[in-house]
Design a protein around this ligand. Structure first.
Ligand SMILES: Nc1ncnc2c1ncn2[C@@H]1O[C@H](COP(=O)(O)OP(=O)(O)OP(=O)(O)O)[C@@H](O)[C@H]1O
Ligand SMILES: [Mg+2]
Length: 534
């Protein structure tokens, strides 16, 4: 046989070359389609029926080539878009504009949905006639999921920043505000107790005191929300607190609302300020009560949940709309009539829970009641699970001969405190700043038993002052007062152990009780006590 080159040989049968080339091209094309694992690439005819299929398409949608062949591509769309004839509209747009890209949900053979990015392009013949469409579908579920997580994170960050800002605002206002209220309450009480007032005057003063207390309460709630509330954590058991509160809660609820208390056994202890737990329970119970129109039931349940202690409050009330759920923990968000709610209840609860490294969840549907679930980390620290901080009943007569040094820069507060303490029988020296207090001690002749100092002072702060004085007079009792959690005596709002603190605003009675308590719990002064004069 004549030896000829392959090129010359093939030249004798040109049709063979073209059909082989075509086959090769088709094979390469199919390999390409099947190899593009993340892309389901397939062809449609002019009406949208599937005409070619790929391994990737089969993997993505679940149909084999024979199952899907000649089926309309709208079967990849969710029911609602199918009914709205969206697939047909998209083909028309692709035909008219040469391309159509869309991101939306698509449906697999088994009915599950996934997020897809789809590009439709028209296939046009030599004469410009429409021959069909190419469809390139990419599964973007993972990207979508990542986007959603990012969005959620951004939303959380936004919420956290908002709450931080409100906390800062409250903190900024609270110091001056609580200071003034302390003065208003103190001097009003003094006036009320004076003999010269007639009944009308006394009634007015009572109103002023009540208003001042409400103002103080508002600030306190804002501080709690901003996690700037000072707390004195103790090792305690939720069950004990609830048992102590139960009677009062039943009184709050009245006869139509049943309270069911289910206390889990061995739920573990938490380390928290008992007053804060009470605040949480009362706020949630009051909300539940308000949501029950007529008769209903509230269930208060404790249990152990892993390494957390769980507190659940369920009610058979109205439940909440999506809108309410969205804003639930925002301060001042309320659906109650003016004067009926301030919208600070749940903001306070949220702040306290977060300050104690806890979590709060809510499950509610309109007409189906509400469940709040709070998880607090269980503490393994040992301690006497006591509830207290109640210094009532301390004998009033034991410390009357004691001398107190009051350091407070706000004149009205200084005046109110001085009066209250003098009325309580104490000797009182005053200073408007730490520097003045030190000067007083150095030059003084009288011994000072207790330093009552504001935490925030112009110049040297209360703690530095106490430090200075204690280094010279180690037996000195110290009681701090402040309107909010400064990181001076408390870290993240939690008091350093052994530190005595009274939260502004306070009444004369609570101040006297606290002073007695501190004097009682402190060591007697050494004989080399300072001498001061007024
Ligand atoms: N258990 C509940 N059932 C139905 N809705 C609730 C429940 N708890 C709270 N809400 C809704 O959340 C809103 C905010 O509650 P939040 O306790 O913060 O404020 P408030 O109760 O309106 O006022 P405040 O507690 O300051 O007196 C309420 O107005 C109410 O619409
Ligand atoms: Mg409330």
């Amino acid at each position: 046989m004549e030896s000829i080159s392959l090129k010359r040989w093939l030249g004798r049968w040109p049709w063979l070359v073209s059909s082989r080339k075509l086959r090769e091209t088709e094979q390469k094309f199919q390999l390409l389609l099947d190899g593009a694992a993340d892309y389901a690439i397939f062809m449609l005819d002019t009406s949208g029926n599937v005409r070619s299929w790929s391994t990737a398409a089969q993997k993505m949608f679940g149909y084999t080539a024979s199952e899907i062949h000649n089926n309309h591509f709208s079967c990849f769309y969710p029911q609602n878009t199918r009914e709205a004839k969206i697939p047909q509209a998209e083909l028309r747009i692709a035909g008219a504009h040469g391309r159509h890209e869309d991101t939306g949900l698509r449906v697999r053979k088994d009915g599950t949905e996934f997020w897809a990015n789809v590009v439709l392009c028209p296939l046009v013949g030599d004469q410009g006639e429409l021959k069909g469409f190419s469809n390139v579908t990419r599964d973007i579920s993972e990207r979508k999921q990542a986007e959603e997580i990012l969005n959620r994170k951004e939303e959380e960050l936004y919420q956290a920043r908002k709450m931080e800002a409100i906390g800062r605002l409250a903190g900024g206002v609270a110091h001056d505000f609580n200071n003034l209220i302390t003065g208003i309450i103190g001097l009003s009480e003094d006036l009320r107790d004076s003999a010269q007032l007639d009944d009308l005057g006394r009634g007015d003063i009572e109103e002023i005191i009540k208003a001042a207390r409400r103002a103080s309460n508002l600030t306190r709630q804002l501080l709690a929300f901003g996690r700037r509330q000072i707390s004195s954590p103790q090792i305690l058991n939720l069950n004990t607190i609830i048992k102590d509160l139960e009677k009062m809660l039943r009184r709050l609820l009245g006869a139509d609302v049943e309270l069911v208390v289910l206390l889990g056994s061995e739920i573990g202890n938490v380390k928290m300020d008992p007053a804060h737990i009470e605040q949480i329970i009362i706020n949630l119970i009051m909300n539940a009560r308000d949501a029950i129109l007529g008769a209903g039931c509230i269930t208060l349940e404790t249990s152990r949940s892993g390494s957390s202690v769980s507190l659940q409050i369920r009610d058979t009330g109205t439940g909440m709309t999506e809108e309410t759920l969205k804003h639930l923990f925002e301060p001042f968000y309320t659906t109650k009539a003016t004067g009926k709610g301030t919208g600070l209840g749940l903001a306070t609860v949220y702040g306290i829970v977060k300050q104690n490294q806890g979590d709060i969840f809510v499950d509610s549907r309109l007409g189906a009641g509400t469940t709040f679930k709070i998880l607090f980390p269980e503490t393994i620290e040992k301690g006497t699970a006591t509830v207290g901080g109640n210094q009532n009943g301390v004998s009033p007569s034991t410390h009357e001969e004691k001398t107190l040094l009051v350091v407070e820069d706000e004149a009205i507060v200084r005046k109110a405190i001085t009066r209250a303490l003098r009325k309580g029988g104490y000797q009182v020296l005053t200073a408007t700043s730490a520097e003045e207090a030190i000067a007083l001690c150095i030059s003084g002749e009288e011994k000072i038993d207790l330093l009552l100092t504001d935490v925030v002072l112009p110049g040297m702060n209360g703690q530095e002052l106490a430090g200075r004085l204690l280094s010279t007079y180690p037996g000195l009792s110290v009681l701090y007062m402040s309107g909010y959690s400064e990181n001076v005596i408390a870290h993240r709002g939690i008091l350093e152990p052994g530190i005595h603190f009274i939260e502004k605003s306070f009444t004369s009675q609570s101040l006297l009780e606290k002073v007695r308590f501190v004097l009682n719990s402190s060591h007697p002064l050494p004989s080399s006590s300072p001498s001061t004069h007024e």
